[in-house]
Design a protein around this ligand. Sequence first.
Ligand SMILES: C[S@@+](CC[C@H](N)C(=O)[O-])C[C@H]1O[C@@H](n2cnc3c(N)ncnc32)[C@H](O)[C@@H]1O
Length: 277
Amino acid sequence: MKSVEWNRIVTQDCVAGMRALPAGSVDLVFADPPFNIGYEYDAYDDRRTDAEYLGWCKKWMTQVRRILKPRGTFWLAIGDEFAAELKVCATGNLGFSCRSWVIWYYTFGVNCKRKFTRSHTHLFHFVKDPGCFTFNADAIRVPSARQMVYKDKRADSKGRLPDDTWILRPQWIPEECTTDDSLLVHSRLCGTFKEREGWHNCQMPEPVLERIIRVSSNPGETVLDPFMGSGTTAVVAKRWGRNYFGFEISADYAGNIERRLAEVVPIPEVREPHVAF
Ligand SMILES: C[S@@+](CC[C@H](N)C(=O)[O-])C[C@H]1O[C@@H](n2cnc3c(N)ncnc32)[C@H](O)[C@@H]1O
C-alpha cells in the first residue's frame, strides 16, 4: 500500500483528497459537514438544492467508506434537516451498519421567538463490520447514579457506559481536558467562551470529540476529518496520541488550524488496544 504522510491538514476539496488516499488506510473518520442551512463559511456556499446536497453527501461518504479499514468506524454529525436522509444513504446505499443514533444535547442554542430553540445535534455511529470494530468502553465510562447518588455498594466501581443522549458534564471529563468548569451541561461554543477560537462559527467542543476518538480508535491509529473547520478533531486526536489527517477547503481556516495544533501537548495514555466482537 502507498504510504501516506499523516498528521497534516490539506487545503483541498475532500472528495478529490480522499480519492487520492489508499483504500483501507484509515481507522476512524469523524465528519461534521456543512448542514445546507445557509451558514456563512469563507470558501463554501451552504445553500444548495436538496438534490445537489444529497448527491454531494453520497459522493464524499462513498470515499469515507473506501478509505476506512475493514474494522473502521465512521461518526457523522448532522442537523435535523438531512439526518434521516443521510442515515438511509449511509446504511441503505453504502452498506454501513448503524450502532447508535446519538443525540448530543447542548445549551446556548440560537434563541428562537416562534419555535423551540434547537438544542441538539445528531451523531451517527456507523461501522463497516458490525462483527468487528473498536469500542473502548473503559475509556469513556461515566459515574453511575448507583455510585454517586445512592452510594450503593453493588455499583460497578468503573462506572457505566453513557446513554445515547449525550449531556457532557464537566465532572465526567478528565481534568486536563476540562475547558470550563462552570458549565453543568457542555454547551455549544458561543462567542465569549474560553475554548472558542473566534475565527470559526461551527467549532465543536473538544469533549464531544474526546469521547468519539477515545471509544472508536486506539493510540497510534489514524483519525481523518474531511471537514476540519476549526480543527477540533485534529487537536483531540493529537492530544490522545492518534495520527490526524484532514481536509479543509478554506486556506485561512487551514492556516489557523496549524497554529491551534502547535499548542497541543499529547497526553500519554497507557492502555491495551481493545476490539469488540
Ligand atoms: C461544520 S464545519 C466543521 C466544523 C468542525 N467540526 C469544527 O469543530 O470546527 C464544515 C467545514 O467544512 C469545510 N468544507 C466545506 N466543503 C468542503 C469540501 N468540499 N472539502 C473540504 N472542506 C470543506 C467548510 O469550510 C467548513 O469549515
